[in-house]
Design a binder for this molecule. Sequence first.
Ligand SMILES: [Zn+2]
Length: 396
Amino acid sequence: MSTENTSDQLFNNSVKILTDLIAFKTISGEDNSSLINYCDEILKKLGATSFKTFDDEKKRVNLFATLKAKHPSDKKPIILSGHTDVVPVSKGWSTDPFIATIKNDKLFGRGACDMKGFIACTLAFAPIYSKANLDRDIHFSYTFDEETACIGAPILIEELKKRGVKDGICIIGEPTNMKIIDAHKGCYEYTTYFEGLAGHSSAPHKGVSAVEYASRYVNKLIELREKLKERTPKDSIFDPPHSTLSIGGIFGGIAHNVIADKCHVNWETRPVIKEDGVFLNSELDKYANEVLLPDMKKVFSNSSIIKKIIGEVTGFDRNKKSNACELVSNLTGDNTREVVSFGTEAGLFQEIGISTVVCGPGSIEQAHKIDEFIVLDELKKCLSLLDGIKRQSISN
Ligand SMILES: [Zn+2]
């Protein structure tokens, strides 16, 4: 077989698998087990071992599969990682979002670039890895619910820790047009619920206005936002360089003349360093528990302030010397390093000591949008990166 034919076949196979993957409606929060079983079967047939981890209801699944080294060496294992969920679709698509449609040089479908394209490439390439004389393990990591604040990956990471997987090189194939991304801020989202006591507005002293306490809480957040600016790290690589904080909404109250007993505040922060997230939360919790709550309880002892974590996507820190970035640079020739404004699972892998890079086919420009697509040539570029990994993972 000529190389030309092999690479054509490989490309066609990646398109076929991508078509299959898009047909699974794996919107975040919904059952993704059929897609996971599909991936697991392909890899198992090739001799991979695998394990699954689940959400509490066992409806949503992470898969971690391994093609073992035939000639183990001291080379670090490689983890090819992608999330299997996609964002919901809104009206206005030109094609069925769950039927892959090729037009000219593009393939349209929900998840085409974010990020089933990458998963399809890894599955299409797996037969080649399985036949190669691998001298390191190659892992395939497919997670659930990344789009809703990285809910699936931490469950997988816990299991990896238990199994002693704490070393390696991880490539997260989020759409970067195959450019190297080596850092992003964290993204922490919260909702804080206030519960006081309703009453007639003419007697404010007999009620506890949840809206008023929520307002004081929001003011504290705004005050702390200024403190975050003062804490800007000297060598920050981000724009803006400091941790940000934003109030997304305040909801409470029913009428002009009724003291509101319920109110909640949606807010988020994007820390440039983990310590900022810790600082902010501890200052805020202290204020809520030591100032606001005792005050509320003076009038109504069942008053409460409850902060619920919606998601805490760990930041991804730049390492001057990164095995993962160097590997990709060697294979693609791209020596640039960029930061992005979106969050990924990279920080979670990095946190357990795995050298991580974000690099994958397609553009974030098309992600989360109507008529999401991937330029087919991007799949070819990704396959060639995977081919480079093979060359770096066989003994001579
Ligand atoms: Zn994504």
